[in-house]
Ligand binder design. Structure first.
Ligand code: FMN
Length: 396
């Protein structure tokens, strides 16, 4: 592995040298065509990165293939994953002029938390496979920016250890047929100080991630470069098997959880008006419109396309959050204009973590904040509450 790291670092250095050296460019025959294209640039450090895609490029050069597979995977043919991204292009932004935008407020209040920015770090398991400091690096970056992180059930560090490094922290629960295990996880999250429980409802079974399965087959095992399974912090002190995912999961889980925790309850993975109505009827406190980053069902429907009917059915009674494919400030602006209270990001901060550790997560958050601020200035919206449907147009 150190050899691999040295080889990748050398390759990055060479690319940097080529980018900075007109003579070398001329010699390679690629010349200015590439030099002048930020979408091909490979930043040498986190501060140099101009956008999330540049950081993704570094991560792809830095991480081992199994880890890249883990991050990029989508279900089946990856069409839902792609739909999440494509959906943003279906909307154009109607900017307004001659508004004093000298003061832009990105702050928002969400389920009792005052957030400096409506970007939340989505729950992601097994982050030590991406960087040795894993969830703790993510937590430190989130705390430095005051931004909210959601800790995954299947994190390598325990929720308690993450809470010691994080700012505001929510806990994500995967349902389990083992009720004793769920009770233990609720206790851990409460002792860690989490005030909100995010129940993921799109995972009664596992998505068909062929990339991951194929890699496992061709790579064989640790000797072939596959990483051995890392320990999961929340199960370390549990005496039973860590069973996550429950095919029998149904709406009765809401009352079951209510009877056992005082944390507020948010459902992650709702994508229809019908389920939104049922969730609100049963008294949930919030909804995250999510298709798990296209990793579960191949529905072909983007989360941005699902968002309006969920917002309509929620009718302002509970906040609606959304995730899936957010890579630019303009993407975030569009979701806010369609009624989202905040957005969550997954892969962007994983690229940051893989490329530069804590500093990379920090940089991704800063880039998205600045991009959101810029489009708000252009659009003439000085606060999040001012961003509404009138700022969007659906061409054609
Ligand atoms: C590598 C990886 C691991 C994930 N692990 C979890 C998890 O443990 N729990 C969960 O609810 N969602 C998990 N998700 C889904 C994210 O919380 C989020 O819904 C998704 O990443 C958003 O899409 P984006 O990656 O395009 O931003 C994971 C996503 C990725 C990419």
């Amino acid at each position: 592995m150190p050899e691999e790291a040295t080889r990748l670092a050398a390759r990055r250095e060479l690319l940097r040298f080529l980018l900075q050296s007109p003579l070398a460019w001329a010699a390679t025959g690629l010349a200015t065509a590439v030099q002048a294209r930020p979408e091909l640039a490979v930043p040498g450090n986190a501060a140099e990165a101009l956008d999330v895609f540049q950081i993704e490029r570094v991560a792809r050069q830095t991480l081992s293939l199994p880890v890249i597979h883990y991050i990029v995977n989508g279900a089946d043919d990856g069409k839902t994953l792609q739909a999440n991204r494509d959906a943003f292009d279906a909307w154009a932004i109607r900017v307004r002029r001659l508004v004093d935008v000298s003061h832009i407020d990105l702050g928002t209040r969400l389920l009792g938390e005052q957030l400096p920015c409506p970007v939340i770090l989505a729950p992601v398991g097994n982050q030590q496979s991406i960087h040795a400091a894993g969830e703790l690096a993510t937590a430190r970056a989130a705390r430095a920016a005051g931004q909210l992180m959601i800790a995954s059930t299947v994190s390598n560090a325990s929720v308690g250890a993450i809470a010691r490094e994080a700012g505001p922290l929510w806990f994500q629960l995967y349902a389990s047929p083992d009720q004793r295990l769920m009770e233990k996880l609720l206790r851990d999250a409460e002792s860690a100080g989490c005030r909100v429980l995010v129940l993921t409802v799109d995972s009664n079974t596992r998505g068909n991630r062929e990339g991951e399965a194929w890699w496992a087959r061709v790579a064989g095992g640790p000797a072939a470069g596959r990483q051995p399974a890392l320990p999961l912090g929340n199960f370390a002190d549990y005496d039973g098997p860590p069973r996550v995912g429950d095919v029998a999961l149904d709406w009765s889980i809401i009352d079951w959880l209510r009877a056992r925790t005082s944390m507020k309850l948010v459902l992650k993975g709702i994508v229809t008006r019908e389920d939104t109505a049922l969730a609100v009827e049963r008294g949930v406190d919030g909804i995250i419109v999510s298709n798990h980053g296209g990793r579960q069902e191949e529905s072909l429907r983007s989360t941005l396309a699902s968002l309006p009917e969920v917002v309509e059915a929620a009718a302002g009674r509970v906040p609606v959050l959304v995730d899936g494919g957010f890579r630019r400030g303009t993407d975030i602006f569009k979701a806010l204009a369609l009624g989202a209270s905040a957005v969550c990001i997954g892969r962007p901060y994983l690229w940051g973590l893989g490329a530069y550790g804590e500093e990379g997560v920090d940089r991704v958050l800063a880039i998205l904040r600045e991009e959101l601020r810029r489009i708000m200035q252009f659009a003439g919206t000085t606060a999040l509450a001012a961003i509404n449907r009138s700022y969007l147009d659906k061409p054609g």
